[in-house]
Design a protein around this ligand. Sequence first.
Ligand code: PMP
Length: 363
Amino acid sequence: MSATYNFCAGPAMLPAAVMQKAQEELLDWNGLGVSVMEVSHRSKEFIALTEQAEADLRGLMNIPDNYHVLFMHGGGRGQFSAVVNNFLGNDGRALYLTDGSWSNAAVEEAKKLAGDDKIDTVNIVKKENGINSIEIPKFTGSVEDYRYLHYCPNETVDGIEIFESIECPWPVIADMSSNIMSREIDVNQFGLIYAGAQKNIGPSGLSIVIVRDDMLTLPALPQSSIMDYRLAVKHGSMYNTPPTFAWYLAAEVFAWLKAQGGISAMAAINKQKADALYQYLDSSNFYLSKVERENRSQMNVTFYLQDESLNQQFLEAAKQCNLVALKGHRSVGGMRASIYNAMPLCGVEALIKFMQDFERSVV
Ligand code: PMP
């Protein structure tokens, strides 16, 4: 049997080397005779793991010293509420840019917690002739208008990515759940970055928060202690028992990324993978992309068959070739190939070859 390539949007494939190492040491971690799942999060061995994980992440993303790195519960959606509860207090307002499903979901949660009147939104997607593109307005106004601007630089469902930086007078909060560590970014441009882990970091449930220290002086609402950034900082992300196995796997993914040459090396491969797939889509009359070139996601490549009645046949034939989880999200239909850091170039090449063969077999 040839290798299975898993294009799932999340939980997504993890690097094979990381999974193998986890398997080898599952029952006996660090010579302790027990699994990493079975040791205290306060043991010196586990604390050493967390220190190494943080140091590796700081090195990979070049995170400045005035930022805290938190390992929290609750995935991406947990952070939708955490940012509101931690930063809006009783009278704060926030501005949300919307460019697809997840930024809209963040708005819904923010309005639920803060009230509709405290959350302003700007839709930055332009649709012309069925093609989506991003248009970011010039933001004027004063620093007092909003506590933060929230946006989602990679919309996992829609396959839209924003590569330019957001210029505005307010701290920028970015939901990088599906593109964190896929390319180099300047952390200094953000007040806070968060990401659910299950795409480029590790297993689901965990989320990573990178927050500038001055953000923690903003007034918070009364809230659940485990989502309180200040408590998380104070307790080294161990106010309560953290998701230790997910943290361990994240640490292994960071070590793997370092061994690959870090984020710049990863970014080069990611660009190569995405370029190959989009070039093929553009050259074909059988498939199409509905995203403008400058905003095509390098992580989630959404595409459609011109003849949508062939969708099911396409998915079944792909599965026969060990290419799995290509179905697009039900809200947008079509197909989606999620090609995160762990997807090797040969996986994308296998997909393109399959797509060519499929086209030949039906026309
Ligand atoms: N934001 C983005 C960009 C996502 O892709 C997702 C999940 N796919 C979420 C937030 C929600 O993450 P979770 O399911 O971990 O709450």
